[in-house]
Design a protein around this ligand. Sequence first.
Ligand code: SF4
Ligand code: SF4
Length: 402
Amino acid sequence: MRTVKIVGPQERVDERDTPHPRMQRGELGQRLLRLRTSPSKDPFRRIVRSSNATDRRNCLTWVMGNTPDGAVNPERTEVPDPVAMAKRIKGVARFLGADVVGITYLDQAYVYSHRSGDSASRGEKDGDEVKLPHRYAICLGTAGDYNMYRANPSRISDAEYSVGSALTCVIGFNLAAYIREMGYPAMAHDSGHNDVNPIPLALMAGLGELGRNGLLINEKYGPGLHLFVVTTDLPLAVDHPVDVGVEDFCRSCEKCARLCPSHSIPFGDKKEVHNGVERWRINVDSCYKLRAFHADQWEVCQTCVVVCCYYKRDTWWHSLALWLVKGTPIPLRQLVVKPLLWVDDLIWGKEPHYRVRWLDYDSAYTPEEKPCKVPGCVAHSPSWKGKKARGRARQIAVQAKG
Ligand code: SF4
Ligand code: SF4
């Protein structure tokens, strides 16, 4: 795959070294620790993030993650044709609510080496070695609500991100249960109990390519997918990685790097080899630390999702642009990409922000901040418009990096 070149040995990652456990231990600073462990100001956040709830039993994700897996039906359904079974499982996943589904072998490089957190109902403890002998990973994704995401950053995009992820867990939970009822072991890797890294598995399952922003970019939904993985031994035909032109687009685009408020996304060519993979690598620490500075207005930055040229409404002209990039021979793709980038800036703006009203939320700017100058658009709470605001954004970026 061109966006993910494996150039050296890959080691399994310890889940305790990933951002959420590090936040929980206070390693990303006291502000983030407080944000992580205090009840959120917003009830949507409180019903999906157990650490931000007043009572974690109000979080379905916590309930699912702490419920022991059901037994595997001893009466096994025979699988004479793994191709037909893969088709059926994809149909079931779509029926349950998934927008995209792909299947790959479960590469042990993408299984965490050690677990983070306790799960009393499963008899697991923080630091336990992870043993996951399943053969296949079913990767599924649901598309976030386009209009709600475009209210980013605000409580509206927070709700879409948090509740959308939680609802995707329900699909995965049901799919794993369906496979166990067919007589095969299956495990849903939800937020309460996750043994795998979903992005590399989704890349291998052909759901998209890796973008400059470190996210999976799907041809149709861009980086706006909530991902989920179910692992199993049910015999299935596997899918393969795809080339939809993301590599060539990201080389010239850099829109997410330009607009990232914490300056966490690299410009230029891929310079880094991380865990055996040549890639653009974002600064995860500064990305997460940004949250602590805006917690009164919003909690999750999705800027690198909503500004991405691949994140557009499903329209004929967007499909045409994708078709043009994908269909052009690789050495000639820059000839197509550069005019498309110019059109993207012209139509969507160099700094796209949109005002959205939903329920009693409004993503408009706060009174002390300046409105956006883009016609038809009013920029909202965060603050990289105007001299004073840009100064504040820079200050936040420096603090977040430090
Ligand atoms: S989520 Fe926001 S802060 Fe983090 S990398 Fe993306 S744009 Fe930057
Ligand atoms: S905004 Fe541009 S550079 Fe960033 S991930 Fe999307 S296409 Fe790639």
